[in-house]
Design a protein around this ligand. Structure first.
Ligand SMILES: *Cc1c(COP(=O)(O)O)cnc(C)c1O
Length: 474
């Protein structure tokens, strides 16, 4: 298996090099040269596997010869042994045909642990065999940062720098990052929005001399290996609900389009999926695109679901690549146009095709609060604000019944975080303060470590260089 860039001008690479590279050199994102396919009989044979064994089957076609089979099996079983639910990703019934896939049983209580705990171990394995070191830089709207830090802390071959938008992540999220006392972990509060953080990271990668000198690498959702690891739980949920004999609909609260893109990848591999419901908050660029056919960038507004406060959904480019018949030159042109004009349309035919598979629904903060309260009153359970957007978007899609099959197919909403990650929002809406699980119970007593920097590339580069040169002489 080889990987190509969505912009068509970067070198074609094997899995291990794609893992280490993150973003492609032409500014594009790496995708598999072709989608591996499972037949219906092959999918049937996956029924009843444990999460680990399923993960191995689903991911192996993507590895090529980069990692040996026994080695990979060991890495996978180490990864999911650290999760605190025996089934790893439990599927809970919410209604007659409505389900919740709980993806918050990892160390930092968000779905991002599912890919990142694996990616941290893959980095370690590959780097130590090659005798190399990397500097991981990443932008976070809250959850990626802590998941990445937990995945990389104390690993000898890795230094990690995480940028979060100052004052725009919840206190639990911030503390999950800043209370990690490992010498290889560096937290930066950037004056700006998440999109500023993401642009800054892209600019660091675009500065070739800096990137090469410090071996920059990324683990945010532009990294292919993360998408790969997320494909697994789409198979997991669908198989548990009767796939491949029955089609399933997934409802996904969406920011960077990484999670829902993994679902799309599962479908390309042969998993029967009826529809993907894309849930957004007030930062609803994807929902507006799906409604109107025009992608129109506005300013980011802070909401109760900060991990979705994003206007530029990086992973959407991976979807475009397929909808442009995998023509990198066209994708490059259209993405540059979007950056310049802040608006773009990809043509009526493409928009209609996408609309057959994707449907968007938005919830403002008031609706999110109402939904948190209603769900609590009806079920006695607390959910996190992102998860609630997915649940409600799924219900709205079913009510609008854009297709007959959507009425009868099971809808699986992805629970992307534990409610205790967003205690203020949950308490504000329900009057109940969700409690942190035991492993994080003393979070508010732990000491914080971070620096505050302006949104200025020179200053940021100076800081990173200082930290790295310092650690080399220490
Ligand atoms: C990251 C995150 C999202 C958005 O996921 P994307 O892959 O960026 O679409 C949604 N909910 C929570 C809790 C998250 O941490």
């Amino acid at each position: 298996m080889k990987y190509v860039s969505t912009r068509g001008q970067a070198p074609v690479l094997p899995f291990d090099e794609v893992l280490l590279a993150g973003l492609a050199r032409d500014g594009g994102l790496y995708v598999p040269e072709t989608w591996p396919k499972f037949s219906k009989a092959e999918i049937k044979s996956l029924r009843g596997l444990s999460y680990d064994d399923l993960a191995i089957q689903v991911m192996t076609p993507y590895l090529g010869t980069a990692i040996g089979g026994d080695n990979f099996a060991k890495i996978v079983s180490d990864t999911y042994a650290a999760f605190d639910h025996p089934s790893v990703a439990p599927l809970k019934q919410l209604g007659p045909n409505d389900w919740l896939l709980e993806l918050f049983h990892g160390p930092t209580l968000a779905f991002k642990d599912y890919p990142l705990q694996l990616v941290g171990r893959l980095f370690d394995d590959i780097l130590s065999r090659k005798g190399r070191k990397v500097t991981i830089v990443g932008a976070t709207s809250g959850d990626t940062g802590s998941a990445a830090i937990e995945a990389c802390r104390d690993r000898a071959a890795i230094e990690i720098f995480i940028f979060h938008p100052k004052g725009r992540v919840s206190e639990v999220q911030r503390r999950q990052m800043t209370t990690v006392q490992s010498a290889n972990v560096h937290n930066i509060a950037l004056e700006g929005t998440f999109d500023d953080c993401q642009d800054l990271v892209k600019a660091l990668f675009a500065h070739e001399a800096f990137r090469d000198r410090y071996n920059l690498s990324a683990v945010n959702s532009i990294n292919w290996a993360r998408i790969m690891a997320q494909i697994v739980y789409y198979f997991w949920a669908a198989l548990n609900l009767g796939a491949p004999d029955r089609k399933v609909t997934f409802s996904v609260p969406t920011g960077n389009f990484g999670n829902v893109f993994a679902g799309y990848a599962a479908r390309r591999m042969g998993l029967p999926v009826e529809k993907f419901i894309v849930g957004s908050n007030a930062n609803d660029i994807l929902t507006r695109y799906l409604e109107t056919g025009e992608m129109n960038m506005t300013d980011v507004v802070p909401t109760l679901s900060p991990s979705m406060d994003i206007q530029i959904s990086s992973n959407f480019e991976r979807l475009l690549f397929d909808y442009y018949q995998r023509d990198g030159a066209s994708v490059k042109k259209i993405m540059e146009q979007f950056r310049r004009n802040r608006r773009v349309s990809f043509g009526k035919a493409r928009w209609r095709n996408m609309g057959n598979l994707f449907e968007g629904h938005r919830l403002g903060d008031n609706e999110t609060q109402d939904a948190l309260a209603t769900l609590y009153n009806h079920t006695g359970e607390l959910f996190d604000p992102h998860t609630v957007i997915g649940i409600k978007a799924g219900q709205a899609a079913r009510a609008s019944a854009s297709s007959a099959a959507l009425v009868t197919s099971p809808v699986v909403s992805l629970a992307t975080a534990h409610p205790a990650k967003f205690p203020d929002a949950v308490e504000g809406a329900t009057g109940q303060r969700p409690r942190l699980p035991a492993r994080l119970a003393d979070l508010f007593d732990r000491e914080e470590r971070m620096v505050s920097l302006n949104n200025n590339i020179d200053q940021v580069e100076q800081y990173i260089a200082g930290q790295l040169e310092g650690s080399e002489t220490a």
